[in-house]
Design a protein around this ligand. Sequence first.
Ligand code: TPW
Ligand code: MG
Length: 542
Amino acid sequence: MNLTERLLQALARRGATEVFGIPGDFALPLFREIERSKRLPLYTLSHEPAVGFAADAASRIRGGLGVAAVTYGAGAFNLVNVVAGAYAERVPLVVLSGAPAAHEAASGYLLHHQVKTLDSQWRVFEELTADRARLDDMRQAPQLIARVLDTALRESLPVYLEIPRDMPGRPCDEVPDTPPPPIDTQALAACADELLARLRRAERPMLMVGVEVRRYALEDRVAELARRLGVPVVTSFMGRGLLAGNGTALRGTYLGLAGDVELAADVEGSDGLLLLGVIVSDTNFAVSAKRIDLRFAIQALGGRVVMGHHVYPDLPLAALIDALLERVPAPPARTAHAAATPAPREAPPIDTTPVVPADIADAVNRLLRRHGPMPIACDVGDCLFTAMDMDPTALIAPGYYATMGYAVPAALGLQAATGQRPIVLVGDGAFQMTGWELGNALRHGWDPIVLVFNNASWEMLRAFEPEGHFNDRGTWDFAAMAAGMGGDGHLVRTRAELEAALARAHATRGRFQLLDIRLAPGARSPTLERFVNAVRRLSMPG
Ligand code: TPW
Ligand code: MG
């Protein structure tokens, strides 16, 4: 077998189920071998950011590695923002980049796509990835591939592989499995005991789950732990959608002042807050009336457990959960704490009233309750706040790094990886960045339902900067564009039109369905309104 086949074999063993890519001359041999070997399906998209977002989404939704293949320079540099986001949000995304061969580098000419030096690209990705290798020596390649891919999985972070263009067809040995580093069982035991002692001492213990729980495929085990501990469970903002559908009684999602007031008071007042895999960031935590005092919290993130002044390094989250489960017996069936899942909001009548964002949440909830759960890919903007009023269901969104343009390509990656039909929530501004990628859906057999929150505005920014004319986008007719891209467009202005269009979209398979939902100027979700007020209040001097 050659290098490409060995690489694909190693990727597949680590959960990758497809490759997303855009070729270039430095990557043509790699693409030729990927296609010829038929080991993983290869999906081409139109612009590298979409390739990266699709691969990121595939990893987020199914676990395992996501794979983005690009050419040197112009291709790889187009991935910089995506890989930065994957690092920030802890996604094991693998970048495969073509590169000049050694003899080309020695030619004395500047090579096309070269920046300062031929290593500029390597140095940029050094800042964005957990590990890297250049595969130019077939004796070393198997070990290097194993090390880099296993680091990605173990640390749940992006990595970078550079493949000179004369290498993809070279014979290569099998990629070994690297044994996981040994765990210090004494440290693990001490950590689990101390953690449980703190929880038992607490009068108001609480469990918050974050994205790492999904990255390490721990949802069922964490749900079981929550049941045994009998403590109330919430998700972080980014963790929204976690534990949905595995029977856990969730109190809701912690949004500080932007969300449920009682829930926020309980989280902030907890004297034993266990944060499992929660990225502690400003978007997750800053808009709190009373900042969570992390000295009283127990944080497990990035392979480290911190409680008070005690730090336990090098303890993988999975090992910690197992150690806790070993120590906490299953409660007798009926005594388990059953927190009431909040009752759904009462929806207003489906009439000819102009649509506001909350109506979109209501309509999606009716659809999900009628037909069962669908995964959601969501962008940054008021759509993400609106998603907080939708029933918990699998949700992927760049909730912390907050890059726009994620949702449409992510939905394509999601459907490629799982076969499930996604719902896309996206603002007009974000759609203008990557919405074109829908033109690839028909060819690959994907048919997402896309809800464009079309307010002719960068409304989230306007909320903070009401006077700025620069936040005007003008009204684009997205509904009319859909047909030319191989989908169906539906223009929506009223609640009744929304209901009908969503039902029709759901009933139509095989082509993407785009609902161009025209929102009135200034119509915002209740959560965004609270978020803006909270930020204003907190940033007020004094
Ligand atoms: C890649 C900054 C955050 S929110 C926003 C901008 C420009 C406006 C979003 O407009 P949209 O949604 O999509 O119409 P809505 O509901 O607010 O009207 N560039 C990137 N990412 C971010 N986050 C920005 C700029 C930003
Ligand atoms: Mg907008």
